[in-house]
Write a protein that binds this ligand. Sequence first.
Ligand SMILES: Cc1cc2nc3c(=O)[nH]c(=O)nc-3n(C[C@H](O)[C@H](O)[C@H](O)COP(=O)(O)OP(=O)(O)OC[C@H]3O[C@@H](n4cnc5c(N)ncnc54)[C@H](O)[C@@H]3O)c2cc1C
Length: 442
Amino acid sequence: MEVGGKKLNVVVIGGGFTGLSAAYELARRGVAITVLEKEDKVGGISANFKVNGFYVDKFYHHFFNSDEHLIRLAGEIGFSDRLRYAPTKTSVYIGGNFYRLSSPLDVLRFRPLGLVDRIRLGMLVLRARGISDWRHLESETAEQWLIKRCGKRVYAVVWEPLLRAKFGSFAREVSAVWFWNKLVLRGGSRNAAGSEMLGYIAGGFGTMAEILADKIRMLGGEVLTGSPAESLVIENGCVCGVRTSEGTIDTRAVIATPALPIIADLLEGGETKEYIDSLRRIKYMANVCLVLELSKSLSDIYWLNINAPDVPFTGIVEHTNLLPIEACGGRYIVYLSKYLERDNSVYNMNGEELLEFSLPHVKRIFAGLEREQILGYHVFKSPYAQPLIECHYSKFICPTETPIRGFYIATMAQVYPQDRGVNYAVRQGRQAAEIVSGNHGY
Ligand SMILES: Cc1cc2nc3c(=O)[nH]c(=O)nc-3n(C[C@H](O)[C@H](O)[C@H](O)COP(=O)(O)OP(=O)(O)OC[C@H]3O[C@@H](n4cnc5c(N)ncnc54)[C@H](O)[C@@H]3O)c2cc1C
């Protein structure tokens, strides 16, 4: 787009999967694109780091065979051969014991519940799959919906601890829609024999993000890392520039993809107070992951939900039970994941403090773990890891188009009724690009 003989780029703020997908879609249509990414590499929450020379996700990631947007994008950028599937085991830790919860048979054998409650638990998943209109779930909390469908005992033993582990003091506010969606997605990730199958990316999701960034560059776009957007230039209700430490980039359109509170900060000081307040309305949970590089496997479980209030993790994910250990530099990779509020003292611990804090709990669960088996550890934090999906969330969602002309937002908090995930980040980014394209005649 040329204005007064000057070429104006569309600026995409954020080089996670949403921003890169938006930029790729626009670059494919011949639009001049600049992606500004604050960190020194692309990928956002899906970025990677190196373990013994091999790339591994900073935060554990898998995909489902129903993730059509992710799978299609991988095909378009010549990356399909890196998408692989493997059988996985999901379990839950309750009262000092592990219980498998991967298959219907596992549910029938689930000892913490009596037979009638086991059947109610199993039926819940089947019934959830039969629900197609999520709108009538919007007025119920997950707690109300679950108690109604499986009774208080099943809720107290299985679901309440999970909700508390993920949403802390907000657990009772989570909408039934969020929960229903989780049940449907997880229940659907099975092969023909009914076993749980999950997808992984050889080289990690961060490698796919890097390849996507390369494609954008090949199409003539710019992807600038270590380049945070500092604020927006808004004149007469219209965005016309993005300020960075290197100067202002003139633009006709901006797509912002970081979390809503970050976008609100970028807009602060302007004349859009009411809009800024609406962006700050959505609450988020933060996440901290302590990643252990081990010389020995903890168990054969990929995903362990922790239903023990005295254990301070949401889950323990042994990544190398999904992908081969050779892909992780010969080290067993375990994520100790905790969702929490940003002002929680655990979130603010440094690596050493977090390791010291976590080890006694891990050793209690996996008695065989010895200190010398820990070959390395890393800590990654995401301040806005999970939007809190409350009742009637559809009323709070901010649309892609904003009151500021030329300014668009595409973020994980707008993914609904589904929950955030890379598949939906791709969809969100491409949809935003479509809207920008239509509005600006690209
Ligand atoms: C612990 C954890 C596990 C997960 N596991 C899975 C999984 O197994 N499968 C799955 O599909 N999804 C998973 N997700 C969700 C998935 O990671 C996200 O949905 C997805 O990465 C969101 O992408 P995004 O681009 O919307 O946001 P982000 O990845 O947050 O990207 C936003 C980008 O904006 C950048 N930014 C911020 N401020 C500025 C600024 N001022 N200027 C420029 N850039 C800025 C950030 O650095 C970041 O790169 C997981 C998330 C977490 C927290």
